[in-house]
Every structure is written in C-alpha cells, then in structure tokens.
Design a protein around this ligand. Structure first.
Ligand code: C5P
Length: 274
C-alpha cells in the first residue's frame, strides 16, 4: 500500500498566445503547486478498482486516475490492476487541476509500486497524452508551461505566500470557457517578460481566461469585486475557473455559499512526491 498527497495548482499568470489547428490554445503560464491536497491510497490488485469518499466524483473510465493506469500499461507493456481510494478535498471544476494532479500522482505511484523506474522526463512526456495540465506536476512545484500546457520548464521555488482559494458553489467546464476566448480582446503582454519579472519580485498576476469565464458565469464578476472590496489586493481566477486565488489581508470566511481554503505554495524534493 502506498499513500500519496495529490496537490492542486494555481496559475500565477496565464497568457493565451494563440489558437492551434487542433483546436487547442497555445499557452504560456507560470504554474505553482499549492498546499491544498487530495490523498490517494494505492495498492496493486487483480483488476482496476477506484473508490472515493465524495459521491460527486465519477469512478468509471472517465476518471483520470483510471486513465493514468491505462496510460502506464500502454507505455510500459506491464500487466497489472490498480486499487485506489481517493479522499477528495480539492474542489472540482475549479481550475485547481485536482483531476490532473490525481493523474500525475497515480503515474508516480505506479512507477514506485511496480519498481519500473521511468524517468521524470518520461512521465512528463507520457502524461501529455491524457491531458494538458498533468505534466506540470512532475516539476518540483513551480514551472513555466507552454504548448497546450504540457511543455514544462521547471523553475526554482518562489518565496511562499499565504493566500486564500475561494470557489463559488458552481463549477465551470474547461471547454465551455475556452470556447469564449476571443484572441482579439486579449491584452498584449510578453509572457517571457512577465516570467522574468516574477523572479525579480515584480509579480503581475493575471489570467487571460478570466473574461471568457465571466462570459460563461457572469456572477463571478460580483464575487471577484466583493473579494477586492473586503480587502484582498489580488484576486485572480485560476485556470478556467471557477476558483479564485486571493492575496492580501482579508478573510473570506463570512461570504455565504463559497468554499474557502487558506493555503501556501508547495514544492517537492526531487526524489519525493509532494
Ligand atoms: O487537455 P484538457 O483535457 O485539460 O483540455 C480540456 C479542453 O480544454 C480541451 O478539449 C480544449 O477544449 C480546452 N483546452 C484548450 N487549450 C488548452 C487546454 C485545454 O483549448 N491549452
């Protein structure tokens, strides 16, 4: 039996660079893992078996834990079944990459349980086959991601900050948000410069998916404004939403009907998972 934490991520900035012929969007984004985590218990078994404490999570082949097990079988040629129990804590459809983190954690777990010794580079490359955000988790928790998000440049840890994750009750569908992107309406920014500035302490937090997400769920504008009014300095949508990360000296706990988590950045050591 192996028990691992499966972290969430935020996008400290997310720039949409263009639209590709395959329908995906070309991104340039600074990703950071955070201390909001699921826990997953793994063991080898004669067939795949997934359980979860949260009845809202699909347990069929659409779950990224089972997709990751299939991917590992395909890439390695090994035959095995995986028993996994997921303790879900990261809100889903929130842009926090919870499902993607679960997939990355599963690939890491299988590599250990089966003593396969795939390299981090292999795991990173393989994971791009089943989703855009999974590869990031094979960095050590801070990375600049380009392409669909699956091309990962690992970076040294940034000074950690305490922040709040705030999510309204309804989630957002990633494809629905991307459908609203209008390339003409995006602010012109050079992502390489944004990245360099971050490491000079001149952070500019932004997300080009905010306006598209607001088009799908207009009530998000009200929530963002409210979070700014109660004293947060920066309130930015993470991924395709509907979660926000908030920096500053305020407390969102009194806002009705939202889930709130106080978190910090999370980085891992090269040989250990998060
Ligand atoms: O790769 P992932 O499964 O996360 O993508 C979900 C959907 O989000 C895609 O089918 C696509 O519609 C959209 N997407 C995109 N550009 C990206 C990542 C995702 O358009 N870079």
């Amino acid at each position: 039996m192996l028990t691992l934490k499966s972290p969430a991520k935020i996008n400290l900035f997310l720039k949409i660079v263009g639209k590709r012929p395959d329908g995906f969007h070309e991104l340039a984004s600074l990703f950071q893992a955070i201390s909001l985590t699921d826990t997953i218990h793994y063991s080898l078994h004669d067939s795949d078996q997934l359980t979860c404490n949260d009845p809202g999570i699909p347990l069929d082949g659409s779950n990224l834990i089972l997709k990751a097990a299939d991917l590992f079988r395909r890439k390695t040629g090994l035959k095995f079944g995986l028993k996994a129990h997921l303790e879900k804590n990261i809100p889903y459809q929130s842009g926090l990459g919870g499902g993607s983190g679960n997939a990355a954690t599963t690939l890491w777990a299988l590599n250990k349980l089966l003593n396969y010794n795939a390299t981090v580079k292999q795991l990173t490359e393989w994971s791009g086959d089943i989703g855009s955000d999974i590869s990031f988790f094979f960095s050590q928790g801070t990375a600049y991601c380009t392409g669909r998000g699956e091309i990962v440049q690992s970076l040294p840890p940034l000074p950690s900050q305490t922040m709040w994750i705030v999510k309204p009750p309804l989630g957002l569908s990633t494809p629905a948000v991307y459908k609203q992107v209008n390339l003409q309406n995006l602010q012109k920014r050079d992502p390489e410069k944004c990245l360099a500035n971050f490491f000079l302490g001149q952070s500019e937090y932004f997300n080009d998916l905010e306006i598209p997400a607001f088009a799908v769920m207009p009530e998000l504008v009200k929530l963002k404004n409210h979070l700014l009014e109660i004293g947060f300095q920066n309130v930015v949508l993470t991924g395709s939403g509907s979660g926000f990360y908030c920096f500053g000296d305020a407390n969102p706990r009194d806002i009705p009907d939202v889930s709130c988590h106080q978190v910090t950045y999370l980085n891992r050591q090269p040989d250990n998972w998060y």
